[in-house]
Design a protein around this ligand. Structure first.
Ligand SMILES: *Cc1c(COP(=O)(O)O)cnc(C)c1O
Length: 374
């Protein structure tokens, strides 16, 4: 008997599930002759803004570009300090630097994976040289950062709040969706994200009409109207093919998130009692499980055991930004270091999770994990 391999994630399964609809959407764009912006992009932007309950959604070429646009739209450039985390996709920090601003990395919560308000407060008391300008928390793995105290700190210090929602489409904090708290929210539609395109795509969202104008102009050469650049911008437009695909998927997002949550609940139950840390839930929050991340000191051995059983796992991410060759020794000194970030780096393991993952597959992951610890 052969057992099928279980991948950690499988964006192709999402395509096959909706093949007819997606193929039709792509054919529609190809036949339209409109290959840059236009109706498909406008329709998806409107649908996304309505879904989020926010005034303006502006498509971008990727999640990274969305973050760069957000920082620039807030008027933050050289010398502007943007406080974010090191335990994130490197894209978060790369985008801040692309905007010309200075990332300042703060630690994550003890036992958690998102920005620690206490660490943020400590860094704000003694910031590095420069002008504090924005706080940029990341709702990592689909779990909202602790926005209450973070927002309060941002307001007290007169800083913008920019949310990195690349992994948190549909996650809720105290009754409101992530992405509706900040001055600007940034989304990625990278294929494996909770709302995924079939290529690169991203979005910014804001309730502020002036920021919306800035975001719209910055994404296309600073154009206020065609050939009239009101400011110096870049080119990062949402592709109409991706917009059409995303429009077919947005109505299924809540259902897809529910399927992720059901898998997470199954893992919670099946793995209870083992000597490992399961993902915690913050009270008053809805976690949408972009990743299901456990912690164990035997991470490498468990990963190898699962690999031998044809079960894919991931490490998100193997090396935090402040220890990457490009950033090490350069992003300022951390008098207190980033102990929680460094600890997480050694212990985290992402188990298979995606909406189409079968219950039997999740059960095999549970059984093999239990077998490892026996
Ligand atoms: C995916 C991701 C990004 C970048 O998005 P791209 O669309 O890949 O450019 C930024 N931040 C986080 C936390 C991400 O997971």
């Amino acid at each position: 008997m052969t057992t099928a391999a279980i991948p950690q994630t499988d964006p192709r399964a999402g395509y096959f599930e909706q093949k007819k609809e997606i193929d039709a959407a792509i054919a529609r764009v190809l036949a339209s002759g409109q290959y840059i912006l236009g109706r498909e992009v406008e329709a998806f932007e409107a649908a996304f803004a309505a879904w989020l309950g926010i005034g303006h959604a502006i498509g971008a070429g990727s999640g990274t570009d969305a973050i760069e646009l957000a920082v620039r739209a807030c008027g933050i450039g050289p010398g502007g300090l943007v406080f974010t985390v090191s335990h994130t996709a490197v894209a978060t920090v790369a985008a801040i630097e692309r905007a010309g601003a200075v990332p300042v990395l703060v630690d994550i919560e003890p036992g958690g994976f998102t920005m620690d308000p206490a660490s943020l407060a400590a860094v704000l008391r003694e910031p590095p040289p420069g002008r504090p300008a924005a706080v940029l928390p990341v709702h990592l793995y689909g779990e909202p950062a602790d926005l209450g105290p973070i927002l309060e700190l941002a307001r007290r210090h007169g800083l913008y709040l920019i949310e990195d929602c690349a992994q948190s489409h549909g996650a809720v904090y105290r009754g409101r969706p992530t992405g509706s708290f900040g001055d600007i929210a940034c989304f990625s539609f990278y294929p494996t994200k909770n709302l995924g395109a079939l290529g690169d795509a991203g979005m910014t969202a804001t309730d502020d009409p002036e920021l919306a104008v800035a975001l719209r102009e910055l994404r296309e050469y600073g154009w206020r109207e065609r050939y009239v650049s009101a400011r110096s911008g870049i080119n990062t437009r949402l592709d109409p093919l991706q917009a059409a695909v995303l429009a077919t998927r947005l109505p299924r997002l809540a259902d897809d998130n529910a399927r992720r949550q059901a898998i997470a609940a199954r893992y919670d139950q099946g793995l209870a009692g083992l000597p490992l840390a399961l993902p915690r839930r913050r009270a008053e929050c809805t976690h949408v499980f972009h990743q299901y991340v456990i912690r164990t000191a035997q991470r490498e051995q468990l990963r190898e055991h699962l690999r031998a059983a044809q079960i894919g796992t991931g490490i998100h991410y193997p090396v935090p930004v402040h220890l990457q060759p490009a950033y090490r020794n350069r992003l300022g000194e951390f008098p207190a270091g980033l102990p929680e970030t460094t600890r997480a780096m050694r212990e985290i393991l992402s188990l298979p999770i995606y909406p189409q993952l079968a219950e039997e597959a999740a059960d095999r992951v549970i059984a093999e994990t239990r077998r490892f610890f026996e």
